[in-house]
Design a protein around this ligand. Structure first.
Ligand code: THU
Length: 134
């Protein structure tokens, strides 16, 4: 169960992860913390590149860390930016694959949760694995 204590832990972990953001081009640091059903937490920060399109968002770094360790069931993700920015479309799609009902906690630079939602709410009509076998 996603307790208030756990929410706070996710937000603080995401806030900490902001310090590892590599964002010399946008100067927009993003930190993420992803909780899986196994109880593990994976953090992530956005990593930009001089070849701009090869950059990657914080949420996907966290998601790929989890999936690459065989942890496939997402329960919640916290995303921290200075101004409470929401996950981009690509991140919504990646998150949906592993947790359509995962909670999404969006927090600002002070660690204040400004929006609490779910991946399903953020990506209505998501394209999922089921579509490929129907
Ligand atoms: N960014 C994220 O890390 N997550 C999002 O969901 C939105 C955007 C990053 C990408 C880029 O490094 C910077 O924020 C500005 O777009």
């Amino acid at each position: 169960m996603l307790t208030d204590e756990l929410k706070e832990k996710l937000v603080q972990t995401a806030l900490q992860a902001c310090q590892w953001s590599y964002s010399p081009y946008s100067h927009y640091a993003v930190g993420a913390a992803l909780l899986t059903r196994s109880g593990r937490i994976y953090d992530g920060a956005n990593i930009e590149n001089a070849a701009y399109p090869t950059s990657i968002c914080a949420e996907r770094v966290a998601a790929f860390k989890a999936v690459s360790e065989g942890d496939l069931e997402f329960e919640a993700v916290a995303v921290v930016t200075r101004n409470g920015g929401t996950p981009c479309g690509s991140c919504r799609q990646v998150l949906s694959e592993f947790g359509l009902d995962a909670a999404v906690l969006i927090a600002d630079g002070e660690g204040k949760i400004v929006q609490e939602t779910t991946v399903r709410e953020l990506l209505p009509g998501a394209f999922g694995p089921q579509k490929l076998v129907e």
